[in-house]
Ligand binder design. Structure first.
Ligand SMILES: *Cc1c(COP(=O)(O)O)cnc(C)c1O
Length: 442
């Protein structure tokens, strides 16, 4: 089996193996790594019953030349051993929500789809780091679902430590409980500043010679170690639909921010998953839909605006560069885009709940509205799958305001409230972060 190489979107850097792309994150020329070919998924994906089984097949297709089959199977078991059910909305034939399906990607430990990428990347990093004696430190700034997924995904993985920065007082109570839960190998810093301060501090740390010995690395959504595993649940959705006799092919609606999830879906489609069309459903941060309509160029990317679907508050999607590199000719044929404001999102959340009894998180609600608009605009009323990216109980205020119903927190979410809390408060400066990172915590 020939190994897949990863080249930079900016093409200044020589192609590298998966391990290098994974451990470096960004290419040295500042570009994003893209595979030089996209492998076909082995046909057996259609009969695979679990996400873990599809994952083992997918990892073999992508990494079979780089690692032992047994290691990849064990990795899939460890990283992807939770359900991702495809749920059919309960709507009569002919009604607006008929033939709409929801792929629930929030059954992992921290209740968002970020668990898939973060858990996989952590285990891939442990596998490909080799028997390097030096531990790695993953440094992340977070305001949303990524932080808890990364902290949980990397916790206790041998040879890897995590340092997490979040703006104290600027995340929701549920999010904070998840971020400060004590975990082996994880230090959480409550920064006395904003999310932008956190990001600036992290950026400065990466180029700080005093911190070189810590071997800092990042786990953000541009990393191929997150991207590739996220392509597997697309196949899992279609395998479930086949088994249930629901459909063979469908349009797929992706609630989007940084466009990592859409890019992963494109990899799945190239690998043979019968996705008719992608719908990129954005909140008020509508650069990408405007680009697809030919109304904006890359120069129109700008600062983000805050919305109720805060994990998608991205003004300058980092995977845009990768998508346009991989599909330079026909991106607008493959993807249809729409931008949904908070008021419409709330109204849709309520309508779907009233009509079908399904309680969605605000990000998923943006996707449901995207499905409705796509169907109306295209006339394609075939099956549509909406990715449910987070559990509604992570956003209890927005969901209750929209529907009058408080989402029931699953036990593992409720358990965060009573977990031991561990965080260190630091000033919003690079000096404070440097000093904190250099103090050995034992
Ligand atoms: C991160 C996130 C998104 C956006 O995903 P991208 O890959 O950045 O487009 C959507 N919904 C939720 C709940 C998220 O956490």
């Amino acid at each position: 089996m020939q190994s897949i190489r990863y080249e930079s979107t900016r093409s200044g850097a020589p192609p590298v193996r998966f391990a290098d792309a994974l451990l470096r994150g960004l290419a040295p020329d500042g570009g994003l790594y893209v595979p030089d070919r996209i492998p076909a998924l082995p046909k057996a994906w259609r009969d695979a019953e679990t996400l873990e089984d599809v994952g083992a097949l997918g990892l073999m297709a992508w990494l079979g030349a780089e690692a032992e089959a047994d290691d990849l199977r064990a990795l899939a078991h460890d990283a992807l051993g939770f359900p991702a059910p495809l749920v059919r909305l309960n709507a009569p034939a002919g009604s607006e929500w008929a033939d709409v399906y929801v792929l629930e990607l929030f059954h992992g430990p921290t209740l968002s789809f970020k668990d898939v990428g973060a858990r996989s990347m952590a285990r891939l990093a442990a596998l490909f780091r080799g028997d390097d004696a030096e531990p790695l430190t993953i440094l992340v700034a977070t305001s949303g679902d990524t932080g808890s997924a990364v902290a949980d995904g990397f916790a206790g993985v041998p040879g890897i430590e995590v340092a997490l920065l979040y703006p104290e007082g600027q995340v929701s109570e549920v999010q904070e409980q998840q971020l400060v839960a004590a975990r082996p190998g994880v230090r959480t810093f409550a920064v006395q500043g904003t999310f932008d301060d956190c990001q600036r501090m992290v950026k400065a740390a990466f180029s700080d010679p005093a911190l070189e010995a810590l071997r800092l690395s990042s786990a953000n959504s541009i990393n191929v170690g997150r991207l590739v595993p996220q392509s597997f649940y697309y196949a899992h959705a279609f395998a479930q639909a086949r088994r249930a006799g629901w459909f063979e092919e469908a349009a797929v609606v992706v609630p989007s921010g940084n466009l990592g999830n859409v890019t992963a879906g494109m990899l799945a489609r190239e690998g043979g998953v019968p996705i008719r069309r992608f719908i990129a459903a954005h909140n008020a941060n509508g650069f990408f839909p405007a680009y697809l309509r030919g109304e904006a160029t890359a120069g129109a990317m700008g600062p983000s605006v805050r919305t109720d679907s805060n994990a998608m508050d991205v003004g300058a999607p980092s995977n845009f560069e990768r998508l346009t590199h991989l599909f330079p000719e026909d991106l607008a044929e493959r993807v249809w885009g729409t931008s949904v404001g908070d008021d419409v999102t709330s109204a849709t959340l309520r309508e779907v709940y009233d009509a079908t009894g399904y309680l969605a998180c605000p990000h998923t609600a943006v996707g449901l509205e995207g499905a409705r608009r796509y169907r109306a605009a295209s006339g394609d009323t075939g099956a549509a799958i909406v990715l449910a990216t987070a559990h509604p109980a992570k956003f209890p205020d927005v969901v209750e305001r929209a529907t009058g119903s408080a989402p029931l927190a699953p036990p593992r979410l409720a358990a965060f409230a009573t977990r031991e809390r561990r965080s260190e408060r630091i000033a919003p400066t690079e000096e404070a972060l440097r000093a904190a990172l250099l103090v050995c915590q034992s």
